[in-house]
Design a protein around this ligand. Sequence first.
Ligand code: TRP
Length: 328
Amino acid sequence: MEKVVSGIRPTGNLHLGNYFGAVTSFVKMQEQFDCMFFIADWHSLTTHPKPGDITKSVDTILAEYLACGIDPSKATIYVQSDVPQVLELYLYLNMNAYLGELERVTTFKEKARQQPDNVNAGLLTYPTLMASDILIHRALKVPVGKDQEQNMEMARKCARRFNNIYGVEFFPEPQSFHFTAQAVKIPGLDGSGKMGKSQDNCVYLKDDEKTIRKKVMKAVTDCGPSQPNSPKPEVIQNLFDIMAVVSTPDTVEHFDTAWNDCSIRYGDMKKQLAEDINAFCAPIREKITEYSSNTELLHRVAREGAEKARISAQATLDEVRQIIGFHK
Ligand code: TRP
């Protein structure tokens, strides 16, 4: 079966954007591919988090992944730091990665600007660690967003370079992969752009009914359509886009008609939207609560996932060591 690898940095709770953008695809992919979904806790060290924060965020992602339907009997769910093989490969890849190319990575330049006092070597070699996450399993497909394209290019470069240096056809070149033809983009509630943690415009899967209502009622709107059948401005289209994934087609049509004949009342629309988001999130939220309190289960899932991941990783590493010229 073809291998799929994807990592998520443990930086908080999953929001609707994560859910519709990635997690629903993961749930479908686990039926068709040999999926490895891991929590990139080593990557998160670039910002020097506190020990307690890491433990908490890792458990949060584990609980939320399970609540969303990622099934440990189908996919391998593991924590990156439980698979030390990744670090050995990271070292080998770093020996063939050049300062110039790493410095040119846009995400590095951005981070260096955001945290000028902490431009550490881990930040610089973020792409080789990511390449190692992927190549350690010799994965072919990596479900990631557009923002990861440059990192994916580095991963391919690492694979090619290793093969060239040693004259082997060992690492396949991983490709980014989109399970659905059109990626679902969930806009934020602040009127522009997509939902994202750093933008503070998110509805989190764990948000309770009151929180959801408060956030949705505060969503940015305009002063209403000025004439019938006018095109929707972005802020309004955004609300309709969210509605499209959580509400029934009838509901969407109702407000669409109201927009077109200028009878729309944003207050009513938001109230409905909040209700539908809540109805959608409620069963997931219940499971998040249930799994979060069951650390025994979470740790068992992580332990069993790590065992499987280590076997896959060690098989690659054994061959890599031999190719490089280390004796067994
Ligand atoms: N860089 C990815 C992000 O920020 C997370 C990540 C780390 C990842 N290692 C990976 C994604 C390997 C896919 C494969 O979203």
